[in-house]
Every structure is written in C-alpha cells, then in structure tokens.
Design a protein around this ligand. Sequence first.
Ligand code: F6P
Length: 346
Amino acid sequence: MRIGILTGGGDCPGLNAVIRAVARSSFSHGHEMVAVREGWRGLVEGKTTPLSPRDISGILPRGGTILGTSRTNPYGMAGGVDRVLATFAETGLDALVAIGGEDTLGVAAKLYADRDFPVVGVPKTIDNDLSGTDYTFGFDTAVSIATEAIDRLHTTAESHNRVMVLEVMGRHTGWIAVMSGIAGGADVVLVPEEPETVESACERLVRRHQQGKDFSIVVVSEGYELSFASGERRLVGGEAAASDQFGHVRLGGVGHALAQEIEARTGYETRVTVLGHVQRGGTPTAHDRVLATRFGLKAAELVRERTFGRMAALQGDSIVDVALEEATRQLKRVPQAILDAARALA
Ligand code: F6P
C-alpha cells in the first residue's frame, strides 16, 4: 500500500512519535509512506513528498511536527474537497492517516461519510477535549509544563505576598487548568465547565488570607467566561474577526481581565502569567511518547486491515478503535468528580 500521513490543527508534543510509529510499522510490512505537508492544505494544494525511513530517524523526542501543520478546511473553500480527492488519486495513495483534533478529524469523518474516503484518525490535542478517547497525546506534556509554572509561581508569590494568576490554554474545556491546578496545589481554578463568579472567587481568596496565608495562586482557563453575580458573562478575546477557517474564535486575555478584577475587589497586589504556546512546544513527556506510539501502531494496523472511518483511542489501559464520527460529535468536558477534586483542598 502507499499510505499518506498528515498532521492538522495546532501542533502538540508527540506528533512526531505518532508519525514514527505509523511509518516504522508500515515499512516493516512492506508499505510505502507519503508525507502530506501542512495538514489538509497538502492535499488541497498537492504538497506531498515521499517519506523515507531516514526522514523519521531520531524524531521520537522532538516536539512539533516534521510534516508541518495548518488549520486548512477543505470544506470551507470552493472546490476544496475535489482537490483533496484529486491529489489523493494523482499521488497513488491507498489510505490516509490523519492526526488531529476536532477540526482535522471532523474533515476526515465527513470525507469518509460523504465520499467513502479511506482514512484513519489519531486523536491529538493539548486540550484533551475529544470524545471517544480517555486521553489525547500532548495533554500530559501541557499539564506538566503548566504544573511546573505553578510551582515556580508559588515561590515568587510567597516572597512578595501576591496573588498570581496563571492563564492556560484549553479552548472551551478546562482540562489543562484543572489537572495542573490539582497537581500544583492552586487555590482557585476557573474553568468553562463551572463558571464560578468573580465575587465568589474573591471571597475565597479573602477567606484564605484571613486564615493567615498572604499569597494565592489562581489558574484560569482561556475559555472561562468572566462571570459576575449580576449574571453578566464575558468571553475575553473571542473576537469573531480573528476566527479560523473552522469558525473558532481566538481566545486569550482572560488572565489580565481577571487580575484587574481581583486587585480592585480585594486590594491584594496581583500579577499575571500567560503561559501561551510554551505549553505546546518542546519535547513530549514519557507518557505522551508511549501513548503516541501506541496510537500510531494502532492506526497502522487499521490501515493494513483496511478498517477505515475509525480512530485509534484510549479506553482505560487499552488502545481500541472508535468511529471517527463518535470522536468528533461533542466536546469532552471535565467531569464533575475531577472538578470537585480541584475544589476539595483549595
Ligand atoms: O487547540 C489547541 C490550542 O492550543 C488551544 O488550546 C488554543 O486556544 C489554540 O490552539 C491556539 O491556537 P493558535 O496556535 O492558532 O494560536
């Protein structure tokens, strides 16, 4: 078989580990690999090159993606889908492995449903918001980086008696905020799933300081809507003008808005750190390397069996496959039990 492989959407640590696993496994079964450059754009614009064993050597610990990525949506452009199909046929491909999140896999699911396109998916995102899989790779690395940031903020916060606000990514779910908040012992964690009001968060900070603590750590997820007792809610940074081809608004900035509110309401000196793309860069954790490798091996197996329209997934300790459609049907939000754990010791 000649197997194409692409990575789409925001990059994350572990993409290269998946590419390596898919390619190595496929080479060992006598198949050829083709690199599709920059996500779906590679098939829309005909950007493909052969992928050799040499190309994948030494990439396991490397962050980013050797294939490049983009947020191109073939369904969002005139003739996009036909160009995808044309490039696929002209390159002589028999199958495609699409590594991506909600958007990239959403296109894969649609192509499979509408055009019987021979595609297999691998779930990637630091946000961990894909259904059908317990975890996506890249998430553990992002949580580790955010946790280290909280640890570092603790020492400077206590030296200066300050409130430190850490803004993390996660889009419309609070997985990174909640998990790093628990791991780092944050005092307040604000997420989209449970939009606590600013007043209530400030009351908790004041209570903590009255009990003798003179510093606090607040973790806020970029998709948390600034919520007030009056019922007002504000999504910061969600300007439609900055939306991508999939219609997603660009988030960011809630940390600064929140810090102003905290300082004004409590009088405590407050500082902000926006972790930004640091949490998506660099080498994957051992956990993500293992998960990415297992996903890649499963994807290669599904291709060999010609079991298309499926996605490799983690359920418990097992790697299984689920329908692409199931994986992209709805966002996986943080369950109440984990939200409660973040609150229990704060
Ligand atoms: O989906 C991954 C993610 O990092 C989100 O957490 C974040 O909102 C978005 O991508 C940032 O996108 P960009 O890299 O285009 O700024």
